[in-house]
Design a protein around this ligand. Structure first.
Ligand code: IMP
Ligand code: MG
Length: 180
């Protein structure tokens, strides 16, 4: 007996080279903006797991000022390709008085970023900005001020470069649109 198979294809969106070039540009912009950072008062990158892990690894190496790195875990998507409207946030951060840069993979409805920023602001950082590899402005329901954006993308489902669908495709070196 053969099971019914759905054919999934990925339409290329941004190549590894294009992504790498853009990350180097953002890294320079961030390094210029935080030029006053010192080893005693570094820029603190707060990486949103899991989706931003590859972006953050490249971004950290494109930043030329002193920085430190920490992680926060957020999950808002279930198995479907729509926002669940429920965000679970887990972290163990001590960020009072520090300059924070949240590093995210995609900003879609904006709910995840709104909840993470509310939670972090309550911990009284010195400053808080957002850097997102991708922005889907057409999907926005909750306003978010993004300081650094890699690429604006259409309201489609994107995978690759750390970004998954049901935990698949994170390992792909480029970004594409999942079609099925
Ligand atoms: P938001 O809370 O609706 O802004 O959703 C943000 C989170 O949903 C992102 O951090 C991603 O993890 C996930 N997400 C949003 N759009 C996509 C997509 O196109 N592909 C994979 N994950 C996505
Ligand atoms: Mg995410």
């Amino acid at each position: 007996m053969s099971k019914k198979q759905t054919v999934t294809t990925i339409t290329p969106l941004f190549s590894a080279e294009t992504i790498g070039n853009r990350i180097r540009e953002i890294g320079k912009e961030i390094s210029d903006d935080y030029a006053g950072a010192t080893p005693e008062c570094p820029l603190h990158l707060v990486v949103v797991l899991k989706g931003a892990f590859i972006f953050a690894a490249d971004l950290a190496r494109a930043i030329t000022i002193p920085c430190t790195i920490d992680f926060i875990h957020a999950s808002s998507y279930g198995s479907e390709r729509t926002s669940s409207g429920n965000v679970a946030i887990r972290h163990n951060l001590n960020v009072a008085g520090r300059h924070l840069l949240l590093v995210e993979d995609i900003i879609d409805t904006g709910l995840t970023m709104q909840q993470i920023t509310a939670e972090l602001r309550a911990l009284q950082p010195a400053s808080l900005k957002i850097c997102s590899l991708l922005d889907k402005p057409e999907a926005r329901k909750h306003p978010v001020a993004i300081a650094y954006t890699g690429f604006i993308v259409p309201n489609t489902f994107i995978v690759g470069f750390g970004i998954d669908h049901n935990e698949r495709y994170r390992e792909l070196p480029s970004l594409g649109i999942l079609c099925s």
